[in-house]
Ligand binder design. Sequence first.
Ligand code: BES
Ligand code: ZN
Ligand code: ZN
Length: 463
Amino acid sequence: MKIKLIENIQSDIKVEFLNEKLFNNNKNKEILKLAGFDASQDSICFLHEKRILVCGIEDDDSDNVRSVVSVAIKSLKSSNYESATFSVNKKNIKAIIEGLVLGGYEFNNYKSDAKKSNLQIVYLSCKKINDFTQAFSEALIIAEATCFTRDIVNTIPHDLNPPSFAKLAKNLAKENNLDFNILGEKELKKEKMNAMLSVGRASIHDSKLIHLTYKSTNPKKIITLVGKGLTYDSGGLSLKPATSMVTMKMDKAGGCAVLGIMKAVSELKLDIEVHAFVGAVENMIGGDAYKPDDVLVSRSGKTIEIRNTDAEGRLVLADVLTYAQENVEADYIFDFATLTGACMVALGQYTTGVMGHSTKLKHQISKSAISSGELSASLPFNKHLKKLLKSEIADISNTASKPYGGAITAGLFLDNFIEDKNKDKWLHFDIAGSAYTESAWDCNVYGGTGAGVRFMTNFLQTL
Ligand code: BES
Ligand code: ZN
Ligand code: ZN
């Protein structure tokens, strides 16, 4: 399905937004009422004879527009119309594109007879094309980068393992003119990335550290992005129960988000330098598996007592964060990870947990999340929770001694691997809930959501 900006209207069907007031004054009100349409948010109704699709919105807030367009595009795609037109203005163009691209997203790679949609083209009709081209192409780049992230998240662990993840990243780098460096197990040993390597030891696949770089000619800021790339998390010897293991292909979503952000940033040609580091690892069981009771020496030199092999993401991130800080002198350091089930308990499934020391930076991110249509909330650190990571036998334990506040104690574990000079430059994003869904909400459909791509790209655009 193509999306095209035009000045005149010529399509099979026209889409109209109606709030309560517009509905009450609408000339089709009586037929719409008969059909049961009441202009409530996310309700839609086809007037086939008039070639109109009406969409109910509470008001013209972007979140509401994006949401109803997501509903409308699904119906249009399963109709027999080949083209449709939305009238756009400065305020709603971004939300309409997000609704179309993200709400209309489908992942059919594993369906042998996926139904092809008849809808070939969606026109966005505006007054003067020139006034809209920039907003149009920016919104499209970001939405498509989000779908790119979704595609990788949705790819099954048989197809997407650490080596194929690295290959995919290399292809992205080649297509988008990024520098790349991939470290395999030999190099990782040399780099003393022992915490990361231990997690991947029982896997038949080699662990990989992916490093991509985007450089503009005169970068204003340097940004480091770190992603948890667990291509599968079985829990390891602290094996997950069967029902919790299903969906754990999504444990690479942090790494996938980081790649999506690199795609967006390079296509938007932002005036910054961005480094992406992804720890691509598979957490499996086997005779060679790392164990509860082991003590690992991390790259930083800190020793970690393993009490649960399912708290593996923080081990990978500890080493990758250390490596990233040693290799890049960044102005900002952001990590993205499906780190804890506890984050979902705390915030619900839809919201990204934001952790770190800088109130100012957390506030900036919150603003970007709001204007990009993602949900985020801050989970505050405190010194009492930090004490729960104490180990009797090593420098730190990989799990907290009490179960409450698990998302925050995971964040505080990572804090142990952030250098003092970087404390205020760093934020941790727990996307355990927001990165994947098994039921559609907002512009998200079943599977990966691409959480993180929109709010981070929005933040980077403000620099
Ligand atoms: N990948 C999981 C976290 C997760 C759970 C993500 C559900 C998405 C959905 C992570 O590696 C994990 O298993 N964490 C443990 C930590 C615990 C052992 C301290 C958890 O959340 O239970
Ligand atoms: Zn785990
Ligand atoms: Zn995990």
